[in-house]
Structures are given as C-alpha cells and as structure tokens.
Design a protein around this ligand. Sequence first.
Ligand SMILES: *[C@@H]1O[C@H](CO)[C@@H](O)[C@H](O)[C@H]1NC(C)=O
Ligand SMILES: *[C@@H]1O[C@H](CO)[C@@H](O)[C@H](O)[C@H]1NC(C)=O
Ligand SMILES: *[C@@H]1O[C@H](CO)[C@@H](O)[C@H](O)[C@H]1NC(C)=O
Ligand SMILES: *[C@@H]1O[C@H](CO)[C@@H](O)[C@H](O)[C@H]1NC(C)=O
Length: 600
Amino acid sequence: MTSERLVVALLCLGQVTAQLSILSIHEGVDLEEKLLRLLLRLRVEQSFDTLVIYGEECAFHSMLRHSLGPTELVSSGSTESDWNFSSSTLILSCGASAEREGNYRTLMKLQMRRRLLYLTEDNQPEEVCHNYSLKEQYNIAMVKADFVQSGSIYTCRCFQELNFEELDLFDHKPIFVEQFRNMRGATIKTLADQLAPRSMSYHDEKTGEEKMVGYVANLINSFAQKVNATLDFRSVRKDGEKTESVFKDIVRWVKEDRLDLGTTMVSSLQVLNLDSFSYPYLLTSYCLMVPIPARLPYNQIYAVIVDPLVLCIILVLFYLLSALLIYSQQLSWRGLTLANILLNDKSLRGLLGQSFPFPRDPRRNMKLVFFILCFASLMITTMYESYLQSFFTRPPPEPSIRTFQDIANSRHKLAISRFEMNVLSARKSSNIHLIRRNRICVLEDHEDFVLLRNSFNDSYVYTVSEDRWSTYQEQQRMFAQPLFYYSLDLCFNRFLFFHIPLRPHLPYRHLFEEHMQRQQEFGLVKFWKSRSFFDMVRLGVTPMRDSSLPPYINPSILVNDISWILKLYGAAMGISCCCFILELWFWRRRRKPHNAILQH
Ligand SMILES: *[C@@H]1O[C@H](CO)[C@@H](O)[C@H](O)[C@H]1NC(C)=O
Ligand SMILES: *[C@@H]1O[C@H](CO)[C@@H](O)[C@H](O)[C@H]1NC(C)=O
Ligand SMILES: *[C@@H]1O[C@H](CO)[C@@H](O)[C@H](O)[C@H]1NC(C)=O
Ligand SMILES: *[C@@H]1O[C@H](CO)[C@@H](O)[C@H](O)[C@H]1NC(C)=O
C-alpha cells in the first residue's frame, strides 16, 4: 500500500519537474500567448485600430507578428510628428518610464487613450499609478514580469483609497473603466463670469452655500451633479489679487491650468483652435438692437406731407394750366406775361379747390381747360386731405435704420464696449468699418456698457447677441410699448458659435462635451434660456418695471402742435394786408392828378 503510494508520488513528482522544465523552455512562447490573449481581451472591451509601442525591445515587440493592426514603434520615447491620426489607439509601454512624450499635440491626443505597461523591474503599481496621474494620464494597466505564472493585471483607479486594483486574466471584470463618471466628491475648479443671464452667483440662504444659476451655470451645475463632483469657486482667486475683468481672468486662468472649466462663453471670433475650448455650446447671431423708430410729432406732419417732387409737379401743372387759360381766352398768346402766369388767380384758386369767376359764355376749348383744372383740383385736395387725416390719426414713423451707413444719418450712435470693438476691428471683413468713427461711442468698461444697454436709452443702437436679446425681448413684454427690435439686417456675424473654456488637459473633456450635447438635445438649454429673465428678476439683476418712457405722442392734437402753421397763416395775412394798403395808397396817388385836372 505504502510502496504503491510512494511510486505514484514519485511519478507525479517526475511529471511536475518535467512540466516545469518544459515551461521554462516555452516561457517565452507562453508569455507571448498570454499577452496576445490580454490584448484580444482589451480589444473586446473597446476596439482599437492602432498600436503605439514606446521603449526599447520588450515582450510587446513579439506582438508585431500577430498583425493586430498598424503599429508605430517609438523606441526613443517621444514622437516627432504631431499625432493627427484616428483616436482609437492602444499604447504599450516597455517599462514604467519608457514613455517620455514631449510633443504637445501628441500628448493631448493620446492623453485619455488606454495604456498597458510591461514592468520588468520591481516597480510598485501604486507608485506607477501615482506617477501617471501626476501627468494626468489615467487609463493605465500593467503586467509584471511574472505575468506568465500569476496572470495578474494591475489597473489604476483614481478617486478611491487604494489607487490600483489587481485583476486576473480570466476575471470578467473590465480592466479599464470610465473613472470620471463618478468623481466621488472631487472638486471641479470653476469661476462664474457674472454676466447675466449666462451665470449669476448668489448666496443660498437655506444651505449657506454659494450657488449659481444661468443657462451656462446650469450646464456646469448639472455636469458636476452627474459626475458626482463638487464645484469650487473659492480657492481659485487668491486674496488681494488685482483683476481687470472676470471674463478675461477666466479665459487666461483656464489656459494656465488654474481653472478646470470656466462658467462663461467665448465667441468663435476669439477662438483660434479648440485646445482650451469645448465644442460649440450655442449658435447665435451677433447683431444690433435698434430703437423702434419713434412716431413723428404732430407739428411735423404738415411738413412731411409736402414732398418736394410732388410740389414741383403741382407747380409745373399750375404754370401749364395758367398758360392754357390765357391762350384759350382769346386763342392767341397776346395776354401772355410773366405776371399773368406766375400769379394767375383763376388757376391758383381752381387748383386749391376754391371758387373762381367763370366767363358767361366760354369757348369750347376754354371749357375743356376748366374741366382739367377742376379735375386736377379734386385730385390734389383729396390727396392732401387724406394724407393729413390719416397722418393725424396715426403719425408715420421716423425713417428707420436699415444699413450701417444709415447710422451716420440718424440721431443714434452705436454704443459698444472697448473689448468688442477691438475684436471686431481686428477682423478685416467686419461691418464696423462702415460706420464713421464719430458715430461710435466706445465704452472702456464692459460693465458700463451693459448698464447703458440695460437702461434702454434710445439715443444709441447697441451690439447684442441673439441669446442676450431674448431676455430683453422678454423684458419688453412688460412695457407699454416695445422700445427696441433686433435687426437681422445689421449683423456683424450671423453664425456665431459660443464655446466653454476648458483646461487643455482636462481628463473628462469627452464626458463634458457629451453632457453638453445631451442638454441641447433634450431642449434643456432652450428651457434655461427662456427662464433666464425670471432668474435675473429673482436675483435682482434686472428690475421688473416698465422702462419705456411715457408715450411720446399725445393722443390728442393740441393747438401747440399746429401753432407754426397758424403763425405762417398770420404772417401771410399780414403781408397781404400790407399789399392791400399799398395798393390803396398807390390808387389814391394816381386818382389825385385826375381830380385836379377835372377841377380846372
Ligand atoms: C497635424 O495637425 C497640425 C494642426 O492641425 C498641423 O500643423 C500638422 O502639420 C499636422 N501634422 C501632420 C503630420 O500632418
Ligand atoms: C516616479 O517618479 C519619481 C519622481 O519623478 C521617480 O523618482 C520614480 O522613479 C518614478 N517611479 C516610477 C515607478 O516610475
Ligand atoms: C458621491 O460622492 C460621495 C462622496 O462625496 C459618495 O459618498 C457617494 O457614494 C457618491 N455617490 C455615488 C452614487 O457613488
Ligand atoms: C440717453 O443718453 C443721452 C446721451 O448720453 C443722454 O443725454 C440722455 O439723457 C439719456 N436718456 C435717458 C433717458 O437717460
């Protein structure tokens, strides 16, 4: 019994030692097989189409034989050319410090790609993960030299106590996970630009926290909520630091990595590349808001209805009719004098619709001339009558501004902030060059400009983006009459994209952009925009009152309105009285010699 057992044990032992020796011979082959298995598993998790191998010759180089896809060998540790290829790349590194990428664009493009390291030295996964997270590269997995025996894979995890996890090749747990989907309360550093209605901070009475609302702020809020992060507004601004404008600070600090993302928007006029900006968040236009032309005051209506061209035509008609009347009286041009034509009282009275002496038995052609005269008089008097009456009922508007050149001829100036002026004048194609410089009022401080625009002062036209205009429009609904309209004829840019500033190496940029697009898709952005005016009222940013002036036009005509017409009338009466007195006087002087002769 015991000898049998001994034999079996010896046999087993022999087999094991034999297997071990075979194993050591075939270890290279086994390692290759296991690594291939691992790569295939990674490909199932998420497909890749390119391999990049950093570092000198190691086990990964044997993968070249298996044609897993196009492979780039970077033995020096850094690429020279920009990495402009498709982004589904898997990075293999021979050793913990083989990758010494120095190319900025390649670093950006490959930042969030999956990385698999083959460690030959005895490196601690914890330290490797830590070193990579300092470089802001998070999707890291590694195998050690004993991978053939142990089959262990170490994979880095952030936002948890132990920063890595050990998995087995035959586990079904995913090796790489989207770690930023749950940031477990990690902070996102941001700052609100306080440009209503995009983002407005306020102090929440209930919780005592600082919060923000607005259609950009809501996007950031909901993102933080989605990834289970907290927003940090405080730590960014150092005490006593001088700032010229919050907006400029945000854009600069985002570029300098001091902020993760800015709660503001930058227009595509200022964006050269998307390194520190997101995909477009909004599409709007950037045009002018123009005061609705005021109604003409009543006292100008008499002047408005007299069109110079029409007046000329009427005068020509008057002289023609006078000449015809003179000719038709005697069928000859004998009575034709300048005075008879210019001061023909029959023709004048006829045209003005007054009665005039009619000869007892006129000739037939004279009757015809009278017909023409009466008909013309009917036309002219009814035309002016209806003009006057309808204009008194509803005065016509002042000429409106349709082109950029019209601004020069109107009483309005263009109000613009220095910042926007600089952006616009830097662009050759911009319409700002069509406006004369003395018709532009440049405000140095953007906030002053916004205050002026909020005051609805109708001495100016203002630059405004369509999304900001929507809140003005909402506000105008409370006015007795709207004051401004958004002119799509006067645009600096009809397709203006707005981007959110993001830190260039933000590791969850893709999550943020996906979130942003989802909010658009669900119509939440539209909803937030429609709510913005009420948020502004709630936070006291804008008053809920009627800024329109008391109606410019009085509903009734006053004597004052037609006083100058009456004055003209009085002056004309005075002149004619003078003429009459002079005539009487001349007549006396001429009568006197007659009387003297008669008395002789
Ligand atoms: C990659 O793109 C950048 C900018 O888009 C360009 O300047 C560079 O020449 C491109 N590199 C290659 C190798 O095509
Ligand atoms: C991690 O970084 C430190 C400091 O740069 C370096 O001394 C160490 O060798 C690195 N460790 C690994 C495993 O790369
Ligand atoms: C969110 O983060 C907190 C820590 O701030 C954590 O306690 C909580 O479990 C996280 N929520 C989820 C759904 O993981
Ligand atoms: C509008 O602005 C002009 C010029 O700055 C100023 O004279 C006028 O008083 C302002 N109007 C109102 C209603 O504030």
